[in-house]
Ligand binder design. Structure first.
Ligand SMILES: Cc1ncc(COP(=O)(O)O)c(C=O)c1O
Length: 379
């Protein structure tokens, strides 16, 4: 089923192959493959010699092709946000998958338990009730599901709230059939927004010291953590240097949007959205690429070649700019935007226009768009 969807999307966008990047029908999502590869290599180079391995989060890119490039470069597996993303990755033959969130709802839990018959599938848990339901589903499907106990390291989202709670949950899991406790997850999302590198480092160290304390408490209670999974693009090199951490979950580094790019140097902007100027009045120009085309979360998108102009605002279908007489953009011209936030940009599109040397060489499907199963379920 997933392969039918992939074929349908490829066929639908195939006429774009061979076109130059500035000639595409707009809005168009463009992936510069040379730059994406450079980001993948840069990340692997930075992690060389550090204690943690890379398990890239694919919630932002939702692309089997990109995940495969990351694995070829040395990633140990992938993280997903949803069961459906995990299913797409599993059906593409990726064997080591962590759903780095809690999963709820009978259909999704059943789908997860069924998928766990093959490969190494793990999921985050922070509640004994959820663990019990996962165990029942795994037993019904005769599968084995890995679990990581999520620790709240300061974000206040998922995660057990104390070392005692972690130990109680570990004891509960150890009594359940069909589940195998593999370790812990501690996502320090609250550190990502800290613009000052020294302050960010201090916050990460505090969070990771707490993770180490919980890991020690679990070990004292007889539960050894083979996996300690933390980190994201905004903290990747700080978190990966901490000896307790075995893997980091950075994902957006492959694109580098404005939000992450303002925080983390060294990566190239490989993801853009091509828009067309569809309205021109005096020196106000309006693109056909609004909030339904570009993720504006956290920070504003910018025009790649015209960084001096910031948008007046992004409406649903329009991006408005007040430019000066030096600007050479006029009605009918195209220009590329760097997204404010890549994950909420990719989620809006069926496919990447993959470009090499400014020419579209391939179409890579984005499956599943949105939080749903996107037609890949039931199998
Ligand atoms: C659990 C988890 N891990 C890691 C990340 C980091 O992802 P990224 O590197 O794309 O910022 C996120 C981001 O939301 C997350 O929720």
């Amino acid at each position: 089923m997933a392969s039918d969807w992939r074929r349908r999307i490829r066929d639908a966008y195939k006429p774009a192959i061979g076109k130059r990047r500035n000639e595409l029908m707009t809005p168009a999502l463009i992936l510069d493959l040379d730059l994406a590869r450079r980001n993948i290599d840069f990340m692997m180079g930075r992690l060389k010699g550090m204690p943690a391995k890379l398990r890239p989060h694919v919630k932002g890119q939702k692309s089997v092709e990109l995940a495969q490039l990351q694995l070829e470069a040395g990633a140990i597996g992938v993280c997903t946000a949803t069961v459906w993303e995990a299913l797409v990755m599993a059906r593409a033959g990726i064997e080591d998958i962590l759903i780095a969130n809690q999963v709820g709802g009978p259909e999704k839990i059943r789908a997860l338990a069924k998928a766990a018959r093959k490969g190494r599938l793990a999921v985050a848990v922070d509640d004994p009730r959820n663990a019990t339901v996962l165990s029942e589903a795994a037993c019904a499907e005769r599968s084995a599901l890995g679990v990581l106990i999520e620790i709240d390291v300061g974000m206040g989202r998922g995660g057990v709230r104390s070392p005692e709670e972690a130990v109680t949950l570990a004891r509960h899991i150890s009594r359940l059939k069909g589940l195998r406790l593999r370790g812990v997850q501690g996502y320090e999302g609250h550190c990502m927004h800290e613009p000052d590198r020294a302050a960010r480092t201090a916050k990460v160290k505090t969070a990771m010291a707490y993770v180490a304390e919980v890991v020690d408490r679990l070990a004292e209670a007889g539960f050894r953590c083979e996996v300690v999974s933390c980190g994201g693009t905004g903290t990747y090199d700080i978190t990966a240097a901490i000896p307790t951490v075995t893997e980091i979950q950075a994902g957006t580094y492959v694109f580098m949007d404005n939000f992450h790019g303002n925080l983390v140097p060294g990566f190239a902007r490989s993801l853009t959205v091509l828009g067309t100027v569809v309205i021109e009045h005096g020196r106000t120009i309006v693109f056909d690429s609004g909030r339904k085309s570009i993720g504006i979360d956290f920070v504003q998108p910018t025009l790649a070649k015209y960084p001096q102009y910031s948008a007046r605002y992004f409406a649903e279908e329009h991006a408005l700019f007040d430019v000066d007489n030096r600007c050479d953009l006029h009605l009918g011209d195209t220009a590329e935007f760097i997204p404010g936030y890549a994950p909420t940009t990719v989620n809006l599109y069926d496919a990447y226009h993959v470009v090499e040397k400014d020419v579209v060489v391939d179409i890579w499907p984005i499956i599943p768009r949105g939080p749903g199963h996107g037609g890949i379920w039931p199998a």
